[in-house]
Ligand binder design. Sequence first.
Ligand code: ATP
Length: 374
Amino acid sequence: ARATARTDSFDGLRLENVTKSFGSFTAVDDLDLDVPRGSFFALLGPSGCGKTTTLRMVAGLETPTSGGITLAGNDITYAKPYKRPVNTVFQSYALFPHLDIHENVAFGLKRRKVGNVDAQVTEMLELVELESQARKKPAQLSGGQQQRVALARALINKPEVLLLDEPLGALDLKLRRNMQLELKRIQTEVGLTFIHVTHDQEEAMTMADTVAVMNAGVIEQMGAPQELYENPRTTFVANFLGQSNLIGGTIKSRAADVVTVDMHGVDVSIPAARCHADGDEGWIGIRPEKVLIGDPGEQLDAPGNSIPGGVVTDVSFVGVSTQYQVRMPWGQEIQVFAQNTGHRRIYRPGESVELSWRPDYAFLLDASQDAKAG
Ligand code: ATP
């Protein structure tokens, strides 16, 4: 009854208080999740965080220990896998080796004795751009092409929700990048709900409208990729989505729109919307590419907004950017990724520098969290 209580108007996929335990181990812990219809949704997290278990409960391959799952208001918590309008594409494509591509895609429809199979198969093969390969056997195709066949085979069943479990994991990096864009194009074209499970943050951010970051059975944060990257609420999310410098600070004052933090003797302002610390102590977070590096006293940004006393300890030139490690007076090494625009010189180890950043690029996290988490 609980699972259907709030579902009247929501036409997407909803998980309510979903818990899955294996013996005494809780793999998914009281998960609440709304996936809007027609969205490209990514479940992102490290190995073992519970994302595959979550996907398997949506597919009907696992039963929740407690909680409910609804799709467009219908309770599917205990529905048989083949009774729900959900299909899964796995990393191992599981194509039939003795059937050609056309037959592989047609297989599900033939079994269900649907009419007009050939036309539907042709339409699907056009969608994944494999019309010309229809009479080949799977072994004659590349990994990326086989993956597209698996996708066509799932889509031809016209599921409401397509689950993708690390579908690109077996592909090399370049093919992976191509397939990411390809998958995104196909999802936009068919307008179905895609739920994509991955541990690759770049992949999740490239493809998904909404990303849910999972850690140890719970969702730490959910939002648009840019929102998660620029305004993480936990140290885990900050570290999992790229690199961050986390610098300890003491909160001096809180105004409606800005919080002022004493960062080892320098006052730093942080927009209130990016402050996620309740106590007196916090971690000031700043992404390496948002830190500016200049000569001492150069005042790179707003006057008074610079952090003096840095000494370069390490430099790597990586073409488009130069990556620095800068030791600050309090002993911490700060990472700086400086764009090589041509008008700035490259500093050498041992040189004194001044760091700076625009106040609205920083965020503040609760100091009770481990800065190294993630
Ligand atoms: P990966 O990316 O490595 O697949 P994941 O985030 O998908 O990781 P899950 O496969 O959901 O993680 O597993 C979550 C936890 O639940 C793991 O610690 C795993 O060992 C445990 N687990 C999963 N299935 C079972 C099972 N059938 N029996 C016991 N423990 C399980």
